[in-house]
Ligand binder design. Structure first.
Ligand code: NAP
Length: 283
């Protein structure tokens, strides 16, 4: 492989050490940054995600509460719990793990979170802040991708970035963040007619689809930077991304691995957002 790896674990370790230092500074002033994680139902993947998030908080000296509820919890009960946490001064960030059971309107629950505690960055106020360039919380996965570009010293100004995927939590906010750094941005999706024609123009490619081998070596301009957000299983059951890692690694200048790339950065940016929520509450 000729591309250099962007190691999400190593970068996370550096950023988490900084979170721990800043958390200690707040603690010295009597404020312990606190994250509440709400899980409704017993989705096995969600259980792993919330456990990892809570553990990461604790490892960095943040206070974290995991609240688990039966799938039968009503929307009104969940909304009431969110509202109580909005008023709780020991909690600076609130995360409602998605997906929620079908009888609960996820968007309604997200909108109930105070924007000041919206550390996932999914509230419409956070989306609006990102859109207009105002301060607010950025969704953790694309925020982590931006930190990876920053870590390799990549200047996006005037570069062409292609984002594959247009979800509200990854693709769209990713495109806005790249635009904010003066990249020229193209967003591709399932209706894009000639994906390869787009990606071949790109200096930076972010793949956020959820399908193996969406991006192969013949679709990448030599020297491009490739960030792989996807999380999939290969036929052997091993975790893999959207990018043909071995092939693209021979063409790109930088590439993120899966696992060990964007995944750990997502949790790290949740810690950063929670810490910043606590810092903002302390001024
Ligand atoms: P999503 O909501 O399912 O969105 C997928 C996007 O991919 C959609 O915009 C879809 O287009 C587009 N798409 C589907 N097939 C395509 C194709 N053949 N060519 C081009 N675009 C295509 O998924 P998501 O929540 O954004 O997540 C994307 C992937 O990232 C998933 O694998 C997810 O597990 C992973 N993820 C990882 C992390 C992490 O921490 N590493 C965090 C979040 C998500 P349409 O809009 O036209 O349907």
């Amino acid at each position: 492989m000729t591309a250099q790896l962007i190691d999400g674990n190593a970068l996370s370790a550096r950023l988490r050490a900084d979170v721990a230092r800043r958390a200690q500074t707040l603690k010295d002033r009597g404020i312990v940054p606190g994250l509440a994680v709400l899980l409704v139902g017993d989705n096995p993947a969600s259980q792993v995600y919330v456990r990892n998030k809570v553990k990461a908080c604790q490892d960095s000296g943040l206070h974290s509460v995991l609240e688990k509820y039966e799938a039968s919890m009503t929307e009104a009960q969940l909304l009431a719990r969110v509202e109580a946490l909005n008023r709780d001064p020991s909690i600076h960030g609130i995360l409602v793990q998605l997906p929620l059971p079908p009888h609960i309107d996820a968007q309604k629950v997200i909108e109930a979170i105070s924007p000041a505690k919206d550390v996932d960055g999914f509230h419409i106020a956070s989306a609006g802040a990102l859109m207009t360039g105002l301060p607010g919380f950025w969704p953790c996965t694309p925020y982590g991708c931006m930190k990876m570009l920053e870590a390799i010293g990549y200047d996006l100004k005037g570069k062409h970035a292609v984002v594959i995927g247009r979800s509200n939590i990854v693709g769209k906010p990713m495109a806005l963040m790249l635009l904010q750094q003066d990249a020229t941005v193209t967003i591709c999706h399932s209706r894009t007619q000639d994906l390869k024609a787009q990606t071949l123009q790109a200096d930076v490619i972010v793949a956020a689809v959820g399908r193996r081998n969406v991006l192969t070596a013949d679709m990448v301009k030599p020297g491009a930077v490739v960030l792989d957000v996807g999380m999939n299983r290969n036929p052997e059951g091993k975790l893999c991304g959207d990018v043909d890692f071995a092939g693209v690694g021979e063409v790109a200048s930088y590439i993120t691995p899966v696992p060990g790339g964007v995944g750990p950065m997502t949790i790290t940016m949740l810690l950063v957002n929670t810490l910043e929520a606590a810092e903002r509450s302390a001024v």
